[in-house]
Design a binder for this molecule. Structure first.
Ligand code: SAM
Length: 275
């Protein structure tokens, strides 16, 4: 492949995608499997791995011992690094910390894991979900004996493979002046997504991959999500003229992602026609 042009080739896939249409590819598989893909094809990773907070996913255990959780993350992060092109970026949506079952600095621990795997640290966006309804535990109410501090935010850690400056790809950016000015302020405020509405236990809102894709990739780049879930990243990749590759371990969530992408496609086609 010409290294200056983004793209994914059939030879990059060692497992046949369960869904493949236009520029979108879904693989039903395990992101920890180092043989899932061959070669370097990723320009931008946008993803949210399981948070290990006891969510009832259909195909994976979300209650690992903390060290096993870090080992699991090390494996998929190493794989993703290997499949990334030299100028690739990774936008990693992870919790700031964890209070249940022991206090852990998840955000900084996973950032360290990513750096040990080779990714370089650039900066961090704080996503203010504006969600204070989750607040139930105060520790010691109005007493200094053992108060709890809980920040209703998540992180989007920005990492890159070799060089921060993007020298490869179409060089076509589609971010507007106002979007660029607003999104380069590293505090992003928008609501989370409803699990019930989407039919998945932990979807992120479309705003999240939408902003990451427009701010950090060129039109035509390959966007990769190793934890595709309900398909949100690929919906935005498709609707913003990128190539999308997603991996999801659960067959049912692959089917959900497929349906959501097809539905967004018809809405997108209708809005393009009106222009
Ligand atoms: C936090 S959710 C991602 C949600 C996604 N961002 C969305 O908007 O729907 C994590 C997803 O990772 C999947 N998963 C867990 N372990 C996996 C693995 N080893 N390989 C691929 N997918 C995995 C789960 O089934 C779940 O759908």
């Amino acid at each position: 492949m010409d290294n200056t042009i983004a793209g994914v080739m059939p030879s990059n896939f060692n497992t046949k995608p369960v869904f493949e249409q236009d520029s979108i590819h879904i693989v039903n598989g395990d992101s920890c499997n180092p043989d899932l893909f061959s070669g370097e094809f990723i320009d931008l990773v946008v993803t949210s791995p399981p948070y290990n907070v006891g969510i009832e996913y259909d195909s994976n255990d979300d209650t690992l011992h903390y060290q096993d959780y870090l080992d699991f993350n090390r494996q998929w992060i190493l794989n993703t690094y290997k499949w990334s092109r030299p100028h690739a970026r990774m936008l990693l949506n992870i919790p700031l910390d964890k209070n249940k079952g022991g206090h852990r600095s998840v955000g900084s621990d996973l950032t360290a894991v990513a750096q040990m795997a080779g990714w370089k640290y650039h900066s961090t966006i704080v996503w203010n979900e504006g969600n204070i309804s989750r607040r139930t535990a105060w520790g010691s109410w109005m007493s200094a004996s053992a108060p709890y501090v809980i920040a209703p935010v998540e992180l989007i850690v920005i990492l890159y493979k070799e060089s921060w400056k993007k020298l490869l790809g179409s060089k076509k950016s589609d971010v507007s002046r106002d979007e660029f000015m607003a999104w380069t302020n590293g505090v992003w405020t928008f609501n989370g997504e409803s699990k019930k509405r989407i039919g998945h236990p932990a979807p992120f809102p479309r705003q999240l991959p939408y902003r990451c894709i427009k701010l950090f990739s060129y039109v035509g780049d390959v966007v990769f999500d190793p934890f595709l879930g309900s398909g949100t990243t690929l919906i935005e990749a498709y609707n913003n003229h990128r190539i999308g590759v997603g991996v999801e371990i659960d067959k049912g969530y692959c089917e959900l992602a497929e349906k959501r992408i097809i539905n967004s496609r018809s809405l997108f086609a209708a809005s393009e026609k009106k222009k």
